[in-house]
Design a protein around this ligand. Structure first.
Ligand code: Q46
Ligand code: ZN
Ligand code: ZN
Length: 314
């Protein structure tokens, strides 16, 4: 098989586009897809300060590498969730990547701050680890962006993640989630920094190929808590359909953004944001979800804020 662009031997075949690329043109294709996403949704410009949430997995590391390669100013934020060996390995992988490229990385460790990992905090709260983790990660990302003066938070959600989430939201007619579902969430919708997903046009297969071609070491293990995640089942279903009918995933997701989204456009929500009585972050209630959760688990919510403020000064 030959590269569609230069006719040299191809390194990868993209079935959904019926296109093959050599290494050089595959990387160029990935950059093109990401630039297209950034421009289409006006995610950010070259002078924006971007904070990339990096877990150590292929998607977030690929995203960080792509943004830097395209000339954007992007620092990393790694949240150490304290999930046994998995978190240790993830942290080391991210550190190694940042050091090899001389990039700025902020690390916030839940276990160091509280002596407990996500699983234990969830247990104290009688919640699932993923529900607890979601609240904590969102809170820390917003807090870090706010305190450390980043105006954009970028996450590594790819086409597979986004189409699986969309499928789940449609199957359960989660109208509010469908309204909120977008590759960009603006500041005035969330009360914090803009949140963007520049990899929404790139599949999981392509982010792994990108990492392999660019020799980026990433953690292959999935979080042990993800085993029962419903989203993995939706991914599997979409992969079965994609196998028989390449391009369906893309048509489904891009179709939603281009044709379906108008039926689920975010209304001008009349939500009043207050400042959380404990930590001061914007919230629709008196006390934000994070502070409520930590207080319930008998943990001091402000410890993270104090730590992030110290990071700012260091
Ligand atoms: S990290 Fe956290 Fe995921 Fe692990 S505990 Fe669940 S939500 S599965 S993206
Ligand atoms: Zn080529
Ligand atoms: Zn709070």
């Amino acid at each position: 098989m030959h590269c569609t662009k230069c006719h040299n031997e191809a390194s990868i075949y993209i079935r959904r586009h019926n296109t093959a690329f050599c290494k050089e043109h595959f990387i160029e294709y990935i950059y093109g897809q990401v630039e297209k996403a950034i421009k289409k949704y006006k995610m950010f410009e070259k002078n924006d300060q971007i904070l990339v949430a990096v877990s150590g997995g292929k998607d977030s590391l690929a995203l960080w590498d792509i943004l830097i390669s395209l000339g954007y100013k992007a620092d990393g934020l790694h949240i150490d969730l304290g999930i046994s060996e998995y978190s240790e390995k993830s942290k080391e992988t991210v550190k190694k990547f940042a050091e090899s490229k001389n990039l700025k990385l902020h690390i916030i460790s839940i276990k160091d701050l509280y002596g407990l990992g996500i699983k234990e905090i969830a247990h104290k709260n009688r919640k699932t680890p993923c529900a607890t983790c979601g609240v904590i990660k969102r809170y820390i990302m917003n807090l870090a962006a706010l305190e450390l003066k980043y105006n954009v938070i970028a996450t590594g959600h790819n086409l597979d993640d986004e189409s699986a989430t969309l499928l789940g939201n449609i199957l359960h007619w989660q109208i509010d989630y469908l309204k909120a579902h977008s590759p960009i969430l603006l500041e005035d919708e969330v009360g914090f920094a803009r949140k963007v997903k520049p990899l929404y046009r790139v599949s999981e297969y392509e982010t792994s190929a990108y990492c392999i071609m660019k020799k980026i070491e990433y953690i292959i293990d999935e979080c042990p808590m993800s085993i029962d995640a419903q989203s993995l089942k939706y991914k599997e279903i979409l992969n079965i359909i994609e196998r028989d009918s390449p391009g369906t995933k893309e048509q489904f997701y891009f179709g939603f953004l281009e044709k379906g989204k108008i039926y689920f456009s975010p209304e001008k929500r009349d939500i009043k944001l207050n400042n959380c009585k404990i930590c001061g972050q914007p919230t629709t209630s008196e006390i934000c979800g994070f502070c409520r959760q930590m207080t319930k688990a008998n943990l001091e919510p402000l410890r993270i804020k104090e730590f992030v403020i110290k990071l700012k000064d260091s």
